[in-house]
Design a protein around this ligand. Structure first.
Ligand SMILES: Nc1ncnc2c1ncn2[C@@H]1O[C@H](COP(=O)(O)OP(=O)(O)OP(=O)(O)O)[C@@H](O)[C@H]1O
Length: 327
């Protein structure tokens, strides 16, 4: 369990965190999201005592991180995967870390196997790819078999197989009753991994809720209607007080009326329908609308391109662009 209580962190004039409070609970994967500069890494550094809060407090399993006698056994942390002695092998790095906590070769070999590093374990870390470095960072976090895991951008640099591996690992660890706290830029990734999501924007908590709740809110109220009698149906719908936009000669997007009612109205007037599709909102849309005022660095042209698509389902390409905007 991680308990943050009114955490504030200032760097000179800059307020990186502004009265941030939340709980990260055991048995769940909690995603920590926010645009660049939102304060995610700062929060994680404060949790593990790498930085000191200007005010407020944060504890892990009831104590400040530094008060734990064997922190590796209590909290596993991946903050900066590159912060490793580059001349050492992965095996020696893990062994040296373990030595501070009486953790021996057996456990080192276990985490190497768990993270798929067997074939490179004896190679110098300096030659590792970003993905291998991430796996080593995760291995180090798991070394002490801790009850709480804090992983900053764990999928960064991993290939699709690696991303799925982190997802399954996080879910497995939470199922074992551990507290799993993962940061990411990507709502789409988090939605597939996390049970609960905390979103930061410019140093403040702007959402702290279950993925289910966010998904429910993301459901758009739009309906796509394809009909050869678009003009007639538009007339019927607008006189019922509904918003209709034509996206092609035979294609309408309707807001403010459920699909069932649109179908009934059309049937009553003898209007032929070729398609009647409720439009699901996407999680990326929900995230974008949450954070739209909170992004420090925004590509305004890309942002403008998305301004009109708030209820349209996001195609893979546009989802990728959305992620770029959030970065
Ligand atoms: N050591 C520091 N000195 C001054 N400002 C800092 C320092 N560390 C962070 N900041 C500022 O604090 C804010 C929060 O930064 P932080 O790195 O925590 O955000 P983040 O959400 O992790 O972003 P990213 O996703 O880009 O890693 C930013 O405005 C950043 O510029």
């Amino acid at each position: 369990m991680i308990h943050a209580d009114n955490l504030t962190k200032r760097y000179g004039e800059r307020t990186a965190l502004d009265h941030v409070s939340f709980d990260v609970k055991p048995g769940l994967v909690t995603g920590f999201l926010g645009p660049n500069g939102a304060g995610k890494s700062t929060t994680m550094r404060l949790i593990v005592g790498l930085d000191r809060a200007t005010s407020g407090d944060v504890t892990v399993n009831g104590k400040h991180y530094s008060e734990h006698r064997a922190p590796l056994r209590e909290v596993g942390v991946l903050l900066d995967a590159k912060a490793v002695h580059r001349g050492r092998s992965a095996y020696d790095h893990l062994l040296a870390m373990g030595a501070t906590h009486g953790i021996g070769k057996k456990r080192v070999q276990e985490v190497i196997a768990l993270t798929g590093l067997e074939t490179v374990a004896k190679k110098r870390v300096g030659g590792f790819s970003l993905g291998m470095g991430q796996r080593l960072g995760i291995a180090a976090a798991l070394l002490g078999d801790p009850a709480t895991l804090i992983l900053d951008e764990p999928v960064n640099g991993l290939d699709p197989e690696g991303v799925v591996w982190v997802r399954n690992l996080a879910r497995h660890l939470a199922k074992e009753g551990r507290t799993v706290f993962l940061s990411s830029h990507l709502m789409s990734e988090m939605a597939q991994t996390a049970d609960h999501i905390i979103v930061l924007g410019r140093g403040r908590v702007i959402a702290d809720e279950s993925v289910e709740t966010i998904l429910a809110r993301a459901q758009g109220d739009g309906v796509r209607v394809r009909t050869p009698q678009a003009g007639q149906l538009t007339g019927l719908l607008t006189s019922a007080g509904v918003t209709v936009t034509g996206t092609a000669a035979d294609l309408l997007e309707v807001h403010g009326m459920p699909s069932s009612r649109i179908g009934e109205l059309a049937a009553g007037a003898g209007v032929v329908l070729h398609e009647l599709t409720p439009l699901a909102g996407s999680l990326e849309d929900a995230y974008m609308s949450l954070t739209q005022d909170e992004v420090e660095y925004r590509d305004t042209s890309a942002a403008a391109a998305f301004a009109g698509g708030a209820t349209a389902p996001v195609a893979p390409e546009s989802a990728r662009q959305t992620e770029e905007v959030a970065r």
